[in-house]
Design a protein around this ligand. Structure first.
Ligand SMILES: CC(C)(COP(=O)(O)OP(=O)(O)OC[C@H]1O[C@@H](n2cnc3c(N)ncnc32)[C@H](O)[C@@H]1OP(=O)(O)O)[C@@H](O)C(=O)NCCC(=O)NCCSC(=O)/C=C/c1ccc(O)cc1
Length: 382
């Protein structure tokens, strides 16, 4: 185990040094490696220091225990906001989004070993990186619409680049994808069997180059093309494209209901159910976010999402985020009472407000540093 760059937290984020490789290990297994402020600051310091350090050629990222990372530490944020400080949330996101941007534009290859749960903020620290390796126990989701939030961490960039309208489906329904699905739609670059991950890791630790083709060649030796399960959502791309291309959330749901009346496919019924359980405000701002993301750079997406998330933290238009956290992570009754409760009560003007600047003289837009690269593209295998 190596010493961390100054200021990084030594408990929640571990670093291993092997030759030219640094392995960053998220280490809060009981909380499924939920990202704390200390972890985000530690990661920021590591990524910044290693980019300047010629001795470092490759970064590996992984989680301790049964999760890669289940997202931002929502419990800590809710505690802080309930104590009257929405700015804690804003600062948390400012640092988290800056980290996502540095990863998206990083000059050295990052290999994320996505074993177990990868949700929300966990996707943000991995999917923007060059290599994303999934396995047979990977479970990915952006579950924010069930939490009263929206897919953030630059998700409006990578989800909007998935085939057809799959990104809209994944974002609105909070759909869970397995490792093979992530690989097929382009969220992952490789699929490696779980029992071969340690061997891959050992090989990567011997790498002495930042050449992405050389690194890719090593991962290729351990990976294979997984097959999609028969009931995979990717086998329903035709229905997804037909329904999730509609202009509004109401039209998406009614198109799905039309499908349900013509078929007994349980997947359609389950998708309608997920949309009906989610926060109506979250659904509407998420749809607009993904649609805007289609034509924006990763930096533009993060800047827009930062405005949106500050509005959510302030609770000016809706307090659904606090209710969602209560229902899912605090009381765990899984029965949130959304306000407004129905889609037709969330008017266009209310949605529009989430995309505006915050009316507070002390508030600033997200300023991102100048970088050489503009982020990478998602390549689907379909
Ligand atoms: C499906 C999960 C991932 C696993 O379920 P499980 O196998 O039944 O495990 P548990 O739910 O019992 O989780 C084990 C422990 O990890 C904790 N945990 C599990 N995810 C978490 C978690 N994101 N946080 C904080 N404790 C957690 C969870 O509360 C629990 O703690 P404890 O009750 O003390 O044993 C389940 O935990 C779950 O739905 N987690 C929430 C997933 C989620 O919504 N992720 C966050 C997306 S939103 C996001 O990333 C940004 C949030 C954020 C928002 C505002 C901010 O200012 C900053 C950040």
């Amino acid at each position: 185990m190596a010493s961390l760059p100054p200021g990084a937290d030594s408990d929640q984020l571990l670093v291993e040094e092997n030759g030219s490789t640094r392995t960053l290990i998220m280490n809060r297994p009981k909380q499924l490696n939920a990202l704390s402020s200390a972890m985000i600051m530690g990661l920021l310091r590591c990524f910044t220091a290693y980019e300047k350090d010629d001795k470092v050629k490759l970064l590996i990222m992984k989680g301790k225990g049964r999760a890669f990372c289940a997202g931002g530490d929502v419990a800590a944020v809710v505690r802080a906001i309930n104590n009257g400080s929405w700015k804690y949330g804003a600062d948390f996101f400012r640092n988290e989004f800056l980290l996502n941007y540095i990863i998206a534009t990083y000059s050295k290859p990052q290999v994320s070993l996505l074993a177990g749960i990868v949700m929300g903020g966990g996707a943000g620290v991995s999917l923007h990186g060059r290599f994303r390796v999934t396995t047979e126990n990977t479970v990915f989701a952006m579950p924010e619409t069930a939490l009263g939030l929206f897919p953030d961490i630059g998700a409006s960039y990578f989800l909007s680049r998935l085939p057809g309208f799959y990104g809209e489906y994944v974002a609105l329904a909070g759909a869970r994808l397995d490792g093979a699905e992530m690989h097929a739609c382009g969220l992952a670059t490789h699929f490696v069997q779980l029992n071969r991950l340690p061997l891959l890791e050992e090989s990567l630790k011997k790498v002495d180059t930042s050449n992405p083709f050389a690194v890719c060649g090593i991962i290729d030796q351990f990976s294979h093309q997984p097959s999609l399960k028969e009931n995979s959502s990717l086998n329903r791309l035709e229905i997804i494209n037909k329904c999730f291309s509609k202009r509004t959330v109401e039209e998406i749901i009614s198109a799905l209901e039309q499908e349900a009346s013509n078929s007994a496919d349980e997947w359609v019924a389950a998708t309608i159910q997920s949309l009906k359980k989610a926060s109506p405000t979250s659904l509407k701002i998420s749809l607009r976010s993904i649609r805007e993301g289609r034509t924006q750079t990763v930096g533009e997406c993060l800047r827009r999402e930062y405005r949106m998330v500050c509005h959510v933290m302030r609770g000016d238009f809706s307090r659904d985020f606090f209710e969602g956290c209560r229902a899912i992570l605090v009381d765990k009754d899984r029965n949130p009472k959304w306000m407004p409760p129905r889609l037709e009560q969330v008017h266009d003007e209310a949605v529009e407000q989430y995309f505006s600047r915050i009316n507070d003289p002390q508030w600033e837009d997200l300023n991102l540093p100048a970088r050489r690269s503009h982020g990478r593209n998602i390549e689907s295998k379909l």
